[in-house]
Each structure stands twice: as C-alpha cells, then as structure tokens.
Write a protein that binds this ligand. Structure first.
Ligand code: B12
Ligand code: SF4
Length: 626
C-alpha cells in the first residue's frame, strides 16, 4: 500500500469514529438542556402556584422543594419601615430578621425614610412580590405607614400585612392602620414574628386572633442582629446596639415605663459582637438601653471593654438616669478622652411636685452633683432633656428649671414638647390639668391649664432657636453673651445696664412671671436669667425673620451680632471677636462679610484637634473649648 492510500484509510477511520462521537456528544447536551429546562420549569411552576394560590400543601407546592437550588432567592417575607432619617437604621427589623431561623433565606429588609413617598415605597416592596409584608410602625412614620398599608391592601389584597412596633402596640382598636392589616403583633416581636410567618408560610395555619401579644422573649434565646448591618450602614449610619431592654421606673409620659422587667443581653456574646463591629470599622455606637447606668456591673464591663479598645474617633452614646453615678463608674468615665462619651440625661423637670405628679423619682441634689462631676472632671458630652407642658408646670416653673440646668453647664439642652404617646398613663391628668393634645403624630401638647397655647408656641420657637444657636456648637463662645450680667435689654434706655438680678423684659411674659422679679426664683449667681434672655432673643429673631427653619448660618450669625450689639449694646469689637472665634472653631472658611473687618487673617486658619477624629460635628465643635 502506498503511503497516500494508508493516509486515506486512516482519514476515513477517523471520520467514522469522530463523527458519531460528536453526534452523541451533541445529543447528550441537548438532552441535558431539555432536562434542565423541564427541571426549572417544574420548579417555577410550583413556586408560582404556591404564590398565586397561597397554598402551602399539595403536589404542586412540593415541586420547588423537589427541585432545590432551582429557584433564585425571591423573598417571600418583606420587612419594611420608614426611618426618621436616612442616618437612622431600623434596628428592630434587624432583630426580627435575625430571628427568622430557616425562613431568613426567604426574607429581605427594605428600609426607607420618611422623606420618601409611601407610593414609591410600595412600588419597591411589591416589586419583590412578597407573600408577607411586615411593617414597623413608630411615632415618626405613623402617617406614612398608614398610607403605605392602605394602598398596599388596595393593590394587592392577597398579600398578608403584619404590623408591629411601639406605635401599634397600644390602642390597637383605635387605629385605622390596624383595621387594615391582617395581623398586629404587639410588644417585642423578635420570636413572635417568626412563629407567625412559620404558620402562614409553612403550616398553612391562620392564627385565630388578629392581634397577637408577643410574649417577652428571653434575651438568651435571641440571635443578635449585628451582622445585618451591611457595609453601607457601617459607613453612613448610626449603629444602634442594645445591652438591655426595659426600665424599672414609671415616668408617666414614657412608653418604656410599661417595659418591665429589665432584661440584660448575655454579656460575652454581646461583647463578641461589639468586637466584630469594631473590627469592621464602626466608631460610633448608640446604645438604646433606657437606663444604661442601672446595672453597675453591666455598665462597667461595657465601658471597660471600649476603654481598652479606644482609638481616636470612637464615640459612644448612652442614655442615663441622672442621679446614679457611683464612684466605680465615675472612675472609668474619667479615663475616657474628651468627646468619646455622650450621655443623654433625662431631667424633664426640676419641680418636685410636678415630678411626683407624673410618678418620676429623681434626686435633684444627686443629679446636680453628678452633672457637676461630668462637666468638671470628665470629657463627657452631656445632652440633657427638659419637657415643656408637663401637667401643672407653668412658664415660670419651667424657666426656673431651665436656668438651674444652664448653671450646671451641659453642652446641650433639649427642650422637648410633651407628647401623649399611645399607651402611656399620662392621660390620667387630662381633666384635672386641662391637657389638650394634638390628635396627630407626634401628639404634642397644645395647651394645659398651666400654659396656654400661645406660651407653648413661644417655647416651641425657643426650643428651635436654642437648638440652632446653643446646642449646635456653632456659637459656643457667643451664647453666654446673650445673658451676660449687665446686658442692656430692650426696655432699657440707651447706655443703661441691667442691675444684678434684674431680668430683661420678655415679650408676652407678664412682669410678675419673670424670673428675678419679686416672688419668682432669683437667677442663681448669674445675675440674669438665661431663660428669659434667650426668650427675648427668640422673639426678636422670630419678629425679624418670621421663621425658624432654613436660616443660613451666616445670616444667623449676623442676626445674633446685630442683636447683641445694636439691641443689647454689647461692645462691637468683643462680640465680633467672639463670633469670629466661634467661626474658626466650627472649621468654616467663609467668614461672613460683616465679621471680616474684625477678623483679618483668621478666615483661613483651621483649628486642629488632636482627639476629634470622625466625631459627630456638634460634639467635635466643642472639643478644646470647655
Ligand atoms: C432610635 C430611636 C429613635 C431614632 C429614630 C430611629 C429610626 N429607626 O428612625 C430617633 C432618635 C430619630 C428617635 C426620635 C424620636 N423618638 Co425614638 N426611639 C428610639 C429608641 C431609642 C430605639 C429604637 C430601637 O431600635 N429599639 C430597639 C428595638 C429592638 O426595639 P423596637 O424598635 O421597639 O422593635 C421591637 C418592637 O417594637 C417590634 N417591632 C418593631 N418593628 C416591627 C415590625 C414588625 C412587622 C413587627 C411584627 C414587630 C416590630 O419588635 C421589635 C423587636 O422586639 C427607642 C427606645 C427604645 N429603646 O426602644 C425610642 C422610641 C422608639 N422613640 C420614641 C419617641 C417618643 C421618639 C420621639 C417622639 C422623641 C422626641 N423627643 O421627639 C422622636 C420622634 C421623631 C419624629 N421625627 O417624630 C418612643 C416611641 C413612641 C412610638 N409610639 O413610636 C420610644 C419607644 C422611646 C420611649 N420610651 O418613649 N427615636
Ligand atoms: S423616662 Fe427614662 S427613667 Fe423614666 S420610664 Fe422612661 S426610660 Fe425609664
């Protein structure tokens, strides 16, 4: 055989072998592809059937389970809420999610904030085609949540709506949103929500009762939710954490007075989670515990833990009761660098009768000692709360309390208007003290027998301007000038100064009600009442600008300048220098026109703080200025 003939036969043999081989290979692939299509098709059909009929048993319903890993994870449970602002994360929803057990794979969290339109929220929620929608309802989103649920039920009546959260945990039968929902779980629903979803999705059992009171969960049975904070939360949101639940006190305006007993999260798993958050770069922790300093061992362990891991920029926020700061706790607090700790201290009222009336126990003597300790011996940023409109507390009484607090020197004073929170026992005073509340969230008090509507409105403005000027940290040096001894007030003649103890006239406040006047409490050692002086500024500002919002910082600074110099007669150079210094401390480069003549060369200076790091701006502005 020639060489060429041999090649030819070899070629034919190859062809004969390879061709059928290729054909078989193709057929096998075709078969596999068909099999895959049928497999997916059956699984999809089962899933669609389950969704459309709501059935959880029967042959079709078994299909998706028979073909696992075929269906992409489409959530059947959507947990949603509207937060107060983007920066606030929905911690409660994360607890529910973490405790869903195997159903967690079938759930998602969809978070929004109250600036978003409920109809847009609905669109995103329904795009997931969920079978159950759980909505977290709070005082800040009650109106938006109602619209969301109403529209959802109109568009998709088949979707089961489950409500929960403090706003729907009380007075359930009086709320339209509860009427529209399928289920309302009241109280701490970490485990109760999972049980309900299991019944609806897996057992096809419909609970008999629409309103389900959640049993208080044992804290050691709860899965901690911290891994559910994602990278974006860590980078851009307040990270809420919780070492205990409940409060043993019974202040009648507060919802937490109903949360008894106090329960602690087991410490070591909690600290292990804190460590993971620190490792992920979290530096701002906000503890939501109602009374962080209640259990000395727990609070000490937590503070010690963070102190050992301190790095610049670490910021821990705690809510405290003001009259309990024993030495072992003080010792630890002293060791934190300035700006690292923020204590929110609820004072609410200094008046003992009012406090007693609302069942609030507070030792004012100890409270004052503790605040002095915090301001004099520590770098803690103190945020203290007072409430306007408590039953029987009038303007004079409130003002006296405000002055007392200013003297104790907290960096921030929050003046809040009393709210009638659903479920709180404060309502028992309605008749006796003429309490009239707005029926709309946040249910603020409109008038009482001790404070008429006009006065409450003035205090509302006072609160807003106090926040803009004193709390903001933008006018740290200038704020005390507003009530400095010797200020001339609007009723005085040119060049005339107030006598010590004399209070400036306050528009709308009768003379006999003014602090420092006969019969009223004298201003303690400061000559003039900060409350009355600031009230005067508030009314002046409001008369000038006619609004409390949307005032640019430059404009506000100019108005304060005009008030202090032209109106109160303080030396122009002194006020200008004080405002310029405040500007520099606020790290602002745009020195306003009116200050430039007094601040040559300072506009480009930038204050450097060795400890501030990435602290929240209000707190950072106060560092090095105490
Ligand atoms: C963080 C917080 C805020 C944040 C907002 C947070 C956010 N996400 O947007 C800020 C600081 C803005 C805020 C503001 C206010 N707040 Co606030 N706040 C809290 C705080 C400290 C923590 C909430 C939290 O995470 N708790 C821990 C989690 C685990 O509990 P939870 O949220 O209650 O969730 C559980 C249940 O409610 C339920 N649940 C929650 N969601 C869902 C969803 C479903 C489907 C189900 C079934 C169950 C369920 O199960 C969860 C797990 O147990 C609470 C006090 C507290 N410690 O709870 C007050 C609290 C919620 N606030 C309250 C109040 C009164 C206010 C203010 C009016 C106060 C004020 N002085 O102005 C303002 C309102 C602001 C406004 N714009 O109107 C009240 C609630 C009143 C109400 N009916 O909602 C509380 C309870 C304080 C109190 N003791 O009185 N607040
Ligand atoms: S105001 Fe504070 S101390 Fe009083 S019940 Fe509420 S959380 Fe407790």
């Amino acid at each position: 055989m020639s060489h060429t003939g041999h090649d030819k036969w070899l070629g034919l043999a190859w062809f004969g072998l390879v061709w059928p081989g290729l054909a078989w290979f193709g057929l096998v692939w075709l078969g596999l592809a068909w099999f895959g299509l049928v497999w997916h098709g059956l699984a999809w059909f089962g899933a669609v059937w389950r969704r459309a009929t709501g059935a959880t048993t029967g042959a079709f319903c078994l299909l998706p389970a028979a073909f696992p890993n075929t269906i992409p994870a489409v959530p059947e449970i959507a947990l949603t809420t509207l937060n107060a602002r983007y920066a606030h994360a929905a911690f409660g929803l994360r607890y529910l999610m973490a405790n869903l057990g195997p159903m967690r794979e079938r759930a998602c969290i969809l978070e929004f904030d109250i600036s978003q339109r409920p109809v847009d929220v609905l669109e995103i929620v329904l795009a997931q085609n969920p079978r159950i929608v759980g909505v977290g309802v709070y005082i800040w989103n009650a109106e938006q949540a109602l619209r969301l649920v109403a529209d959802l039920k109109r568009v998709r009546p088949d979707v089961r709506v489950v409500l929960g959260g403090p706003e729907v945990s009380h007075e359930v039968d009086q709320q339209e949103i509860c009427r529209l929902a399928d289920f309302v779980i009241t109280g701490e629903a970490d485990l109760a929500f999972a049980e309900l979803c299991d019944k609806l999705l897996n057992q096809n059992v419909r609970p008999l009762s629409k309103v389900i009171p959640a049993e208080l969960p044992q804290m050691d049975r709860l899965v901690l939710p911290y891994e559910l904070y994602d990278a974006q939360d860590v980078a851009r949101r307040v990270i809420y954490v919780e070492a205990s639940r409940g409060c043993p006190f019974s202040c009648e305006f507060c919802l937490s007075s109903l949360d008894v007993p106090v329960r602690n999260v087991p410490l070591s798993p909690f600290l292990a989670e804190m460590q993971k958050l620190l490792d992920r770069g979290v530096s701002r922790f906000k503890f939501v515990d109602r009374t962080f300093n209640l259990n000395l061992n727990l609070s000490r362990s937590i503070l010690q833990f963070f102190l050992e891991r301190y790095r610049p920029g670490l910021f821990l926020h705690f809510e405290m009761i003001p009259d309990r700061l024993p030495e072992p706790l003080r010792e630890l607090i002293r060791q934190f660098p300035p700006g690292a700790l923020q204590f929110e201290v609820g004072i609410q009222t200094f008046d003992e009768q009012v406090a007693q009336r609302i069942s609030r126990r507070q030792d004012n003597q100890k409270l004052a000692e503790n605040l002095r300790f915090l301001r004099e011996e520590t770098g803690v940023h103190v945020h203290a709360d007072l409430i306007v409109g408590l039953p029987g507390e009038g303007l004079e009484c409130f003002g006296a309390g405000f002055d007392r607090l200013v003297e104790l020197g907290p960096q921030e004073i929050q003046v809040g208007i009393l709210k009638r929170l659903r479920g709180t026992p404060i309502v028992r005073h309605d008749a006796e003290w003429g309490m009239v509340y707005s029926p709309h969230p946040p249910y603020e008090v409109l008038q009482t027998s001790a404070m008429d509507f006009a006065t409450i409105q003035k205090l509302r403005r006072f609160s807003r301007f106090w926040d803009l000027i004193a709390n903001s940290g933008n006018f740290v040096q200038t704020t005390p000038l507003i009530w400095r001894r010797g200020n001339r007030y609007s009723g005085a003649r040119e060049g005339e100064a107030l006598r010590e103890g004399e209070a400036p006239a306050v528009p709308g406040v009768p003379d006999e009600q003014r602090l420092g006047s006969a019969g009223a409490s004298p201003s303690r050692g400061m000559g003039i009442s900060p409350f009355q002086s600031f009230m005067q500024l508030t009314e002046w500002l409001f008369a000038r600008v006619g609004r409390q919002h949307g005032i640019a910082l430059n404009r506000l600074a100019e108005l304060v300048f005009e008030y202090l110099t032209a109106h109160l007669g303080l030396p122009v150079a002194e006020v200008a220098s004080s405002l310029s210094s405040d500007y520099r401390h606020a790290c602002r480069f745009d020195m306003p026109e009116f200050l430039r003549p007094y601040s040559s060369g300072v506009a480009s200076e930038r204050r450097k703080s060795s400890v501030s790091g990435p602290l929240p701006p209000r707190q950072a502005r106060r560092l090095d200025r105490a």
